[in-house]
Design a protein around this ligand. Structure first.
Ligand code: NAD
Length: 282
């Protein structure tokens, strides 16, 4: 069984990004990322802090716009418009989830698609589905990089994705389909989840429910990618897979923490560099 080490791979990618940034700086270009954070959700605060730290480490300029929970939609959109116009900002991301009174679609659509480093704008999502060059959401992109690094060819494989959100499950499905995998997407209303996971060569789970994927749901020698992040009562982090009992059956598995999580941040930096290069080539 091979443990897919996203932490080390992310480090390797971030070192390469650091070199790219140094080269850009020699040409008097400093990549810039703006993060908009609404409210004080503790998990979002941790993610935003990690993203800012990673930018600093790579030499990318970053700015965090913190806004109160009761902020007006219009104020967020005006801030996005300013960032769209700002020549020092190449990438913009709005940390999700948003408070219930804010229309998420309106907010994401306000971002200039060329600065949409999270890849959530309908323009980029549409291009991804058409297998055209686009900004690809960071978490699924990170999973594809793990496959690439470990020589896992998804072509013709039966892949079961558990979780069908716009930010993880759906773009993951599009990326895999573009690489000619046979994709099965499950969600909360799937009748018999085990019947789907049991057949899969590759299981990718992004639900947010610790212990959802148990030993009996996984076929021998399957590849298991665990995207879920759950805080257990004992304070530890866990994924959606019952790792201790599932790992021995797998040919490859990602741990939590140290699997997909660090790759998400590395891909955000990578997308920010992509946006910077796109602008300089205009
Ligand atoms: P979400 O709540 O938007 O979507 C969850 C999906 O799971 C939905 O499609 C829902 O139908 C499905 N689901 C819920 N219960 C289910 C069940 N019992 N059986 C099958 N499907 C079920 O969540 P999200 O934003 O996509 O995030 C999912 C998980 O991934 C969370 O734990 C989140 O913290 C984690 N996440 C991790 C990273 C990372 O970098 N590792 C990035 C994004 C999200």
């Amino acid at each position: 069984m091979i443990v897919l080490n996203g932490k080390d791979l992310a480090k390797k990618i971030q070192n390469k990004i650091k070199e790219d940034v140094e080269l850009l700086k020699k040409a008097s270009i400093t990549p810039g990322l703006a993060v908009i954070m609404i409210g004080d959700d503790p998990a979002s605060q941790v993610y935003v802090k990690k993203k800012a730290e990673a930018c600093k480490e790579a030499g990318i300029y970053s700015v965090v716009h913190e806004m109160p929970e009761n902020i007006k939609e219009e104020t967020i959109i005006n801030t996005i418009k300013l960032m769209n116009e700002n020549q020092n900002i190449n990438g913009i991301l709005v940390q999700l989830p948003l408070p219930p009174h804010i229309n998420q679609t309106k907010i994401l659509e306000a971002i200039d698609p060329k600065k949409d480093v999270d890849g959530f704008h309908p323009y980029n999502m549409g291009r991804l589905c058409l297998d055209l060059d686009s900004f690809v959401p960071c978490t699924p992109l990170g999973v594809m990089k793990i496959f690439e690094e470990y020589g896992i060819d998804v072509k013709g494989k039966d892949v079961c994705i558990v979780g069908a959100s716009n930010i993880v499950g759906k773009p993951m499905a599009a990326l895999l389909l573009n690489e000619f995998a046979t994709v099965d997407i499950c969600h909360i209303y799937t009748k018999d989840l085990k019947e789907h996971t049991k057949r899969a060569d590759i299981i990718i789970v992004a639900v947010g429910k610790a212990g959802l994927i148990t030993e009996d749901m996984v076929k021998d020698e399957a590849i298991v990618i665990d995207i879920g992040i759950n805080r257990l009562e004992n304070g530890k982090l866990a994924g959606d897979v019952d790792y201790d009992n599932v790992a021995h059956k797998c040919s490859h598995i990602t741990p939590v923490p140290g699997g997909v999580g660090p790759m998400t941040i590395a891909m955000l930096l990578s997308n920010t560099i992509k946006a910077t290069k796109l602008k300089t080539s205009e």
